[in-house]
Design a protein around this ligand. Structure first.
Ligand SMILES: *[C@@H]1O[C@H](CO)[C@@H](O)[C@H](O)[C@H]1NC(C)=O
Ligand SMILES: *[C@@H]1O[C@H](CO)[C@@H](O)[C@H](O)[C@H]1NC(C)=O
Ligand SMILES: *[C@@H]1O[C@H](CO)[C@@H](O)[C@H](O)[C@H]1NC(C)=O
Ligand SMILES: *[C@@H]1O[C@H](CO)[C@@H](O)[C@H](O)[C@H]1NC(C)=O
Length: 370
């Protein structure tokens, strides 16, 4: 079998000026609630969409703003006022995919939805997930990593589908998660392309969001960023592409996200500072590897990732994760203990399912899902 590695996309730099969004308000007129909300959103957008040093148009037509690394939105979070960057961005700027009003509203909406899902422990109608997880009572996790296969099945505008890792800790009152992986989510991204994502949730009064749509994640990479697309995708029965993604806690307690064509050549994308999370300040109680689909209207939920039920025979015909590992207290990457891994196939296993293969040669711990 031939396993090609994902090739990171390189962008063509295009110099252009950005049209700034200024919003004029007539001070004397009475402002309706809807209008007030609108102004609030516009204000937020102005904060998020800082003046770019440069604007890049990608191969897929995305507008990417290069903003001064110290002016990135995360530093507007009062919690992070004194947070120092640990890495220098060679160009002094970092890429942020341009944010629209709709994306901002949706990012907030979906985080609220995610929380209601965790609280019920099983998804509501319209949301389904499957995952594998190592269950060892009292164990502490400091990160999670895996190669995830990339696929390119189209979803409808009100549907989404992800391959992801959840890093979490919960008490009876609240939940904290960091989620990362690859996703199709037209309502968050504006189109149905497969894109890199990360999100975080904290608290009882829900706080958190996708990507950098609110202030939390600190970007350090100047070329890998949330919302970026992938240049290749697997073709059923013919070729599999995968990408290595990892989140690992460093000695300062921050949760670093990195990505690469393999585990030895990853690039740090950025980090969720420990200050923004409460229950994940020391460690996580669980790391879950799986897929998540949903639909926001009455519409049917979409197929998960490649659209086929999992099987453990032919990895050209299934969505998979391989080299599933976690980070231990010493910062080392360690294999899950196969006998302690359980799978959760959700409420409709005839539609969405997951199978854990255990340790298979150089692929190490591997699972199939979809
Ligand atoms: C503005 O709204 C207030 C309270 O609803 C109302 O009393 C006032 O007459 C309105 N003014 C104008 C100019 O419409
Ligand atoms: C994914 O599918 C879309 C729509 O068919 C296409 O435009 C895009 O090039 C594909 N991307 C990859 C990486 O195969
Ligand atoms: C989860 O959060 C609780 C409350 O902060 C904490 O006591 C516990 O140690 C955390 N669990 C792990 C594994 O870090
Ligand atoms: C789904 O999981 C349950 C509980 O582990 C198991 O009993 C059942 O056989 C699984 N169903 C399928 C179709 O895999």
């Amino acid at each position: 079998m031939k396993y090609l590695r994902m090739i990171l996309m390189f962008f063509v730099l295009v110099s252009s000026s950005l049209v700034s969004t200024t919003h004029c308000v007539d001070g004397k007129r009475n402002i309706s609630k809807a209008e007030a909300n609108d102004m609030e959103i516009e204000k937020k957008l102005r904060i998020l969409n800082k003046e770019p040093v440069k604007t890049i148009i990608t191969e897929v037509g995305d507008t990417i703003d290069c903003i001064n690394i110290y002016k990135q939105p995360a530093f507007d979070n009062p919690l992070l006022k004194d947070h120092k960057l640990k890495e220098r961005c060679p160009l002094g700027t970092i890429p942020i995919r341009i944010k629209t009003k709709k994306q901002l509203l949706n990012a907030k909406y979906f985080i609220t939805k995610s929380k209601s899902i965790y609280e019920n422990s099983y998804p509501n109608i319209g949301y389904h997930f499957v995952f594998a997880e190592e269950i060892v009572i009292g164990k502490r996790y400091f990160g999670g990593a895996a190669f995830m296969s990339g696929h390119n099945l189209t979803v409808d505008p009100n549907q989404f589908s992800t391959s992801q890792i959840w890093i979490m800790n919960a008490t009876e009152q609240e939940i904290n998660t960091i989620e990362f992986g690859i996703m199709k989510h037209p309502e968050v991204f504006g189109d149905s392309l497969t894109r890199l994502f990360g999100s975080w949730i904290r608290g009882h009064q829900i706080y958190g969001c996708y990507n950098v749509l609110c202030n939390g994640f600190i970007q350090v990479s100047y070329d890998v960023f949330f919302g970026q697309t992938f240049s290749q995708s697997s073709i059923y029965g013919q070729v599999s592409y995968d990408v290595y993604l990892m989140v690992s806690k460093d000695l300062d307690g921050d949760w670093w996200l990195s990505m690469g064509p393999n585990a030895e050549a990853t690039e740090n994308i950025g980090y969720w500072p420990y200050e923004i999370l409460t229950l994940l300040r020391t460690s996580a109680s669980a790391v879950r590897y799986g897929g998540y689909v949903g639909a926001t209207s009455q519409a049917a939920t979409p197929p998960m990732v490649n659209g086929y039920l999992p099987q453990l025979g032919d990895y050209m015909k299934t969505t998979f994760m391989r080299k599933m590992k976690y980070t231990n207290e010493m910062g080392g990457l360690v294999n899950l203990y196969p006998h302690s891994v359980r799978t959760i196939n959700g409420t409709v296993p005839q539609c969405y399912n997951v199978m854990f293969a255990g340790h298979i040669g150089s692929w190490e711990n591997t699972m199939a899902y979809g």
